[in-house]
Design a protein around this ligand. Structure first.
Ligand code: ARG
Length: 572
């Protein structure tokens, strides 16, 4: 695609000897008001060296470049050169590029294949995978895909919470009151019951706590029976998590969770000791962080066992040694802000400059309309139930509305799950939000179903045109852009043109909602075009050109949705 800023900079550079094309590029503005042109070049800075009044300089430049076919018009207004890109050449270039690039449209190669680790989802074994987890899972998946589109090699890591003293408790509880069948039938619910029961019983039988500690110590030492039980709990929990990942179409490159680092911890602890970072404190050992204005971080418990943060220190080092990452991104709730500040500082104290490449991407809380979630009060909503309910509700809507589909089940799944995902990625990630069914499944608002419906509409226009016409429209070399100069065609093309930049911006800010909002804009832009224009006209050339724009919009929507982890139905 033509980068107009770059081309304009080259043109102006020929006129202004003192500035390089790069310097000029950084000065070019995109006016808020399109009446001032698509691009504007301010000439104030040139007055000194050229010893001329800025408006005069602007006039000279405007006259010199106005003959270029890229422009419909070039005007001097005060100190500005205002440039209006020719609609025809602009839309023609955009549509040709999108059709040529196809599934690649929107991608760039900023990353050049370098490695980025994205730590996301990372639920805790034997704990419910509830609606709160959807955020890390869905935002992390989108960030992974956005970084891939930017040319990075992404390693998605599910840093499972599969280790720690709670497993001692669970094993003890299972041995006292457990039942194999129950665990197999409903692993998470059952294991959670054991865990709760352990705490109730331990109040009157404190010796249970000692038993749990010993059991965890055995597990850490690799005792076969304890290890086997732990492994089994882990496998059964993962089966349940995987059902959710399957529904969402999410995969990971690595499942190296906390337990993976158990044998890597001693070396890391030794290293911290050698570097004089460990300070005894009430039987435990801590890293002092007051110089950074942070709370000190305990890294070894009084019984010698490791802690969540110790395993994260080991994990960060392992990831550096294994992947030589340029970024190690953690998509984790803002409740853990302190944890990641501590982690970064400890790595810094260990002398590793790459601590600057550790990025915590926090997000706000989800609550339910009836109040915050609470496991203890039974106010917990399982993510799997939410997804299944969304599919169920969507199936009902499809049937009631008599929506045309090839396969109700498949479409209901695509749209239902997509609705939940899209909703999740619509708001700024840091904002807390309230989960509302009405909002999620609204087919008319700025929702997933609306965008998918628009996609299906593009597909239907192309189908109705017939195979031959659709094939002609798909040929990038044949676009006759003179038929695509109406306001709505032009505005739609502008939105398509922006997509690659939007993806870069979303990556820089770790903010998938920037992509989500832009896809809504494209969908609205397409619907305006569809509403304003008669597409299947008699004039063959005009029809082909318009269908090419439809196909370009369809491609952009599909590529955008793919970045969010969503599919798009051909019929709906
Ligand atoms: N398991 C943790 C939790 O559910 C999240 C882990 C995030 N990743 C990390 N490397 N600490 O709170």
């Amino acid at each position: 695609m033509v980068n107009f800023k770059v081309e304009i900079s080259k043109l102006i550079a020929e006129q202004v000897a003192d500035l390089t094309a790069e310097e000029i590029q950084s000065m070019i503005e995109v006016p808020q008001d399109t009446k001032m042109g698509d691009y504007a070049f301010p000439c104030f800075k040139l007055a000194k060296t050229l010893r001329k009044a800025p408006p005069l300089i602007a006039k000279g430049i405007a006259e010199a470049i106005s003959g270029n076919t890229m422009f419909a018009k070039v005007e001097q207004v005060n100190a500005y050169v205002n440039m209006f890109i020719s609609r025809e050449s602009f839309v023609g270039d955009v549509v040709t590029s999108v059709l040529t690039e196809g599934a690649e449209f929107g991608k760039t190669n900023l990353g050049n294949g370098s490695n980025v680790v994205v730590d996301f989802s990372s639920p805790n074994i034997a704990k419910p995978f509830h609606i709160g987890h959807i955020r890390s899972t869905v935002i992390g998946n989108a960030i992974s895909k956005i970084y891939r589109a930017l040319g990075y090699n992404v390693i998605g890591v599910n840093h499972l919470g599969d280790y720690g003293t709670q497993f001692g408790k669970m094993i003890v509880a299972y041995r006292h009151w457990g039942n194999r069948e129950d665990v197999i039938n409903e692993p998470i619910k059952t294991l959670l019951e054991y865990y709760t029961k352990f705490h109730v019983e331990a109040e009157s039988h404190p010796e249970l706590e000692d038993e749990a500690r010993e059991t965890f110590a055995k597990l850490e030492a690799g005792a076969p029976e304890e290890k086997e039980l732990w492994q089994w709990f882990r496998d059964e929990s993962l089966k349940e998590f995987n059902r959710v990942y399957d529904l969402l179409g999410i995969t990971f490159e690595s499942y190296a969770g906390e337990s993976f680092y158990s044998d890597k911890m001693p070396a890391v602890i030794q290293e911290m000791r050698d570097k004089n970072l460990l300070v005894p404190s009430q039987g435990a050992e801590i890293v002092e962080l007051s110089q950074f204005g942070l709370t000190d971080a305990p890294v070894i418990k009084s019984d010698g066992s490791s802690i969540y943060i110790t395993r994260d220190i080991a994990a960060a080092k392992y990831r550096m040694d294994t992947y030589h990452f340029v970024k190690d991104i953690y998509v984790v709730a803002s409740q853990q802000n302190l944890h990641f500040q501590q982690l970064k500082r400890i790595i810094e104290l260990m002398g590793y400059e790459w601590t600057k490449d550790i990025v915590h991407v926090p997000f706000g809380l989800v609550s339910l309309e009836e109040g915050t979630m609470s496991t203890r009060h039974g106010r917990v909503v399982f993510l799997e139930d939410v997804l299944n309910k969304a599919i169920e509700e969507t199936r009902k809507i499809i049937q009631e509305k008599g929506v045309a589909t090839d396969n109700i089940e498949e479409t209901a799944k695509m749209v239902g799950v997509g609705a939940v995902v899209f909703n999740e990625l619509s708001n700024n990630r840091i904002k807390d939000y309230v989960f509302s069914w009405n909002k999620v499944l609204d087919f008319n608002g700025e929702t997933g179903p609306y965008v998918q419906y628009t996609y299906a509409r593009c597909a239907s226009v192309l189908r109705n045109a017939g195979e031959e016409a659709a094939a002609k429209a798909a040929d990038p070399s044949a676009v006759k852009a003179e038929y695509l100069t109406s306001e709505s065609a032009y505005q739609l093309a502008r939105l398509l043109y922006q997509l690659p930049e939007i993806i870069i911006d979303a990556g820089d800010k770790y903010e998938p909602s920037i992509v989500t909002r832009h896809i809504v804009d494209i969908a609205q832009g397409f619907n305006r075009f569809y509403h304003d224009e008669h597409i299947l006209v008699d004039n063959e050339e005009e029809k082909t050109a318009k269908l090419a724009l439809v196909l370009a919009a369809k491609t952009a929507i599909r590529n955008g949705l793919a970045l969010l982890g969503m599919d798009a139905p051909e019929r709906m």
